[in-house]
Design a protein around this ligand. Structure first.
Ligand code: GLP
Length: 240
């Protein structure tokens, strides 16, 4: 893993946008994209750059199960609001359909679409406080593929934003698997803020263990970590 210590949250977004921009400039490429607070700066940066994404295919990492596609907290809504609808020449964009009647068939369709695109050239990841990537919670097998997963209580509480008071965060989601992620040719892991420090340390320095799903990234030959001082266990600054 190659660690780049950034000067702060803004620099994480700018450097990540440069790396993605290089991929897009090569013409046809396929990208894996995350949601959450961490990539918001990256998406704002990509929107301000307005590259031509028309030769690009993007695949989101995950989606809640059981939400209508236009639900305010659906990752589909997040992507439209923060990136896709703001691009003048948008990519061909895929995200698991969390409203699919047959979620297992939807997982198979998603893996097939990824394979048909030739796999991912680059996948961008955020980091969950418990070390999850996508929605691969602790215990997720390193060879897992796109599947239905049950979300941990802590993940559901961390993701309350976008849900109305009294509305439950879904118990289940569809996520690309760890194996699906590891098949990407390059991986970019973004980490910002003090609440990611323990997970980031265990990801980079801990033993490779399914208990810290992101730690399996140590086995991938081409991972760049963009982190700020807080996520690296020091400094001050504000994450987002
Ligand atoms: C969610 C997403 C992950 C994301 C994580 C961290 O659980 N499924 O893909 O990386 O949250 O989110 P944040 O960046 O808001 O801390």
């Amino acid at each position: 893993m190659k660690l780049i210590r950034t000067g702060g949250y803004g620099e994480i977004g700018r450097l990540a946008a440069e790396i993605i921009g290089e991929e897009i400039a090569r013409g046809r490429c396929s990208l894996g994209l995350p949601t959450g607070r961490t990539p918001l700066g990256l998406y704002a940066e990509l929107v301000s750059r307005q590259a031509d994404w028309s030769g690009v295919r993007t695949f989101n990492l995950d989606e809640y199960l059981g939400l209508q596609p236009d639900h305010p907290a659906a990752f589909r809504t997040y992507m439209r609001r923060n990136l896709i609808d703001l691009l003048h020449r948008p990519p061909v964009w895929e995200i698991p359909d969390g409203s699919a009647r047959d979620p297992l068939a939807e997982c198979q369709r998603y893996e097939a679409a990824l394979a048909a695109a030739g796999g991912l050239d680059l996948v961008v990841l955020g980091l969950g406080r418990n070390g999850h990537i996508g929605f691969n919670e602790p215990g997720s097998p390193a060879d897992s593929r796109t599947r239905v997963v049950r979300l941990s209580h802590s993940t559901r509480m961390a993701n309350r934003a976008g849900f109305l008071p009294g509305e439950d965060v879904p118990l289940f989601a569809i996520t690309m698997g760890i194996g699906t992620i590891l098949d990407a040719r390059r991986i970019l892991l973004l980490a910002s803020g003090r609440d990611k420090a323990e997970a980031l340390e265990r990801t980079m320095q801990g033993p490779v263990s399914t208990e810290v799903p992101a730690s399996v990234l140590q086995r991938h030959p081409n991972v760049i970590v963009l982190a700020d001082a807080e996520a690296l266990g020091g400094g001050k600054g504000v994450a987002s």
